[in-house]
Ligand binder design. Structure first.
Ligand code: GUN
Length: 284
């Protein structure tokens, strides 16, 4: 059996198309458009590419993109002053500080300074806490995209299903675990210190891999018919992009996201979704 390929590119395009209509409706109702401020510090090449795509897609759905590119040697006080100004600016609905920040800057202090109502990354402790207590929250974009793809594949009630999340990062592993649990899955969080990850995965109806190691999850760890969400984007020395799951898993799984073209495109679509949501909630 070959797994159904979960097409993140097509799914994201559909989300952006819906958003374009919703942004137009928002504009009619409020006589303004949602604004997303993107802050990039330094010259990290991957971050430059991501930020470029975020800005382009924000504009494509009809929202306003406000760009702040700061030098590599920007100090903490300057960055905090910028965050304070964006928090105070009523025309800004979302604030995104691209990570990683250059060494020497305190990322946690910066993320904690963002107004939780404008925290479209969902990284502020208020939003993290709200997610875990089941309250309405701005949810981190990559996990939100993963949960939408799981819901599209299996429905939004995962009662009786076992999900194994491999990786425990704040950006992906922890929040996707909370989201899957909210959807009634029984969730196991596995990580580098877990004994026999292979056996855990073999019991999983859903595997989410977010470890940043090419091919870490092997094809023979996958239960036949399982749903596999591969969050990894790893560039090999050959230049090829591969995920955290061995591509052989496509022969075993029931449905699986490809890399590239799976989770990646959903992340920015969910950032735009969060920005509109923040704009609506701020005016409610
Ligand atoms: N760098 C890599 N992924 C992300 C993300 O989701 N948000 C931000 N702000 N930076 C990132």
């Amino acid at each position: 059996m070959t797994a159904h390929r979960i097409d993140g590119k097509a799914f994201a395009a559909k989300l952006r198309s819906t958003l374009t209509t919703q942004v137009a409706d928002f504009k009619s109702a409020h006589d303004c458009v949602p604004g997303l401020a993107v802050v990039l510090v330094g010259e990290d090449p991957a971050s430059q590419v991501y930020v470029g795509s975020k800005i382009k897609q924000t504009q494509e759905v009809g929202m306003r993109s406000i760009e702040h590119r700061l030098a590599d040697d920007t100090d903490q006080a300057t960055l905090e002053t910028l965050i304070d100004a964006l928090n105070a600016d009523d025309s800004i609905d979302g604030i995104l500080v691209q990570l990683p920040l250059p060494a020497g800057l305190d990322s946690s202090a910066i993320l904690d300074r963002i107004d939780p109502a404008k925290d479209v990354d969902g990284f502020h402790p208020v939003n993290v806490g709200a997610l875990w207590t089941g309250a309405d929250a701005l949810v981190p974009c990559t996990p939100l995209g993963c949960s939408l793809m799981v819901a599209d594949t299996l429905g939004d009630d995962l009662s009786g299903l076992h999900a194994v999340v491999v990786g425990r990062s704040n950006i992906v592993g922890k929040p996707i675990s909370a989201l899957l649990q909210k959807m009634n899955a029984t969730v196991t969080m596995a990580h580098s210190r877990t004994a026999d990850i292979a056996a855990l995965c073999r019991d999983a109806d859903i595997v989410v891999a977010a470890v940043g190691r090419p091919g870490f999850v092997k094809a023979d760890w996958i239960k036949p018919g399982a749903t596999v969400i591969d969050v990894g984007i790893n560039r090999l020395d050959t230049g090829k992009l591969v995920g955290d799951v061995d591509a052989g898993a496509f022969e075993v799984a029931g449905a699986m996201t490809p890399v590239p073209g799976g989770v990646g495109p959903m992340t920015i679509a969910c950032l735009l979704t969060n920005t509109l949501r923040a704009a609506v909630l701020r005016r409610a």
